[in-house]
Design a protein around this ligand. Structure first.
Ligand SMILES: C[S@@+](CC[C@H](N)C(=O)[O-])C[C@H]1O[C@@H](n2cnc3c(N)ncnc32)[C@H](O)[C@@H]1O
Length: 204
């Protein structure tokens, strides 16, 4: 559990300001893909990471890590850097994450095309998939494709974890075998958010 303390200490007030500046810079350049006005709050990130149990000891897959707000919570939860795979679209965020977390698998790629992004690791199973993507900026068909791409990499019962600012589920479900759960609203987030989980409750 050495990670617990290491990754907490890295979020100093100065580092927080740098993170905000980088985030806002990326938002100005790509509003649709960044899709948020500020990095995810620690409260939301911790709530998302609390879904990690790793009974299988499988790695964790993070999608859209950005400046690493949720990444820090994942590592703080006891996941070793080498057991973290992160797929991020923006090359600058990838460079920053690789510099900070040299043992993690930081992959520059498209989270909607996971087979291609994961490449030689495309058959890898994960304990859970944790997504910081601005899903509501993408159409329904893409969100459906995203859900399928994530769930097929998870053992039965393990979740895709997604935060969302909306009142409606970020992904609409027609399949009765997929269990959808939502958290309470996290008010300490800009804007307030909720954490949704999607998992298969029966073999498919
Ligand atoms: C709302 S920001 C969240 C950043 C960070 N996870 C957080 O919670 O503060 C969305 C992130 O997803 C990335 N992103 C957007 N579309 C993506 C895609 N198709 N594949 C991978 N990453 C993507 C953006 O570059 C950005 O870093």
């Amino acid at each position: 559990m050495a990670n617990k303390h290491t990754h907490r200490q890295k979020t100093s007030p100065a580092a927080k300001v740098i993170e905000q500046v980088r985030f806002i810079g990326a938002l100005a350049k790509s509003p649709k893909t960044v899709g948020a006005v500020a990095p995810t709050s620690r409260k939301t990130a911790e709530l998302m990471a609390s879904n990690i149990t790793r009974p299988t000891k499988l790695p964790v897959l993070e999608l859209g890590p950005g400046t690493g707000a949720i990444t820090d919570a994942i590592l703080h939860h006891g996941v070793a850097e080498k057991n973290l795979f992160a797929v991020e679209y923006d090359p600058r965020f990838c460079r920053q994450l690789r510099a900070r977390l040299p043992q993690a698998h930081v992959i520059e790629g498209n989270a909607f095309e996971l087979d291609e992004a994961l490449g030689e690791h495309c058959d890898q199973k994960f304990d859970c998939v944790i997504s910081g993507l601005p899903l509501l900026n993408f159409d329904r068909a893409m969100r459906q494709q995203f859900l399928e791409g994530a769930l097929k990499r998870l053992p039965l019962g393990r979740p895709l974890v997604q935060f969302s600012y909306g009142t409606r589920p970020p992904i609409e479900i027609n399949d009765p075998d997929i269990l959808v759960e939502k958290s309470r609203w996290v008010l300490r987030n800009l804007p307030p958010s909720r954490v949704w989980t999607y998992r298969y409750s029966a073999p498919h």
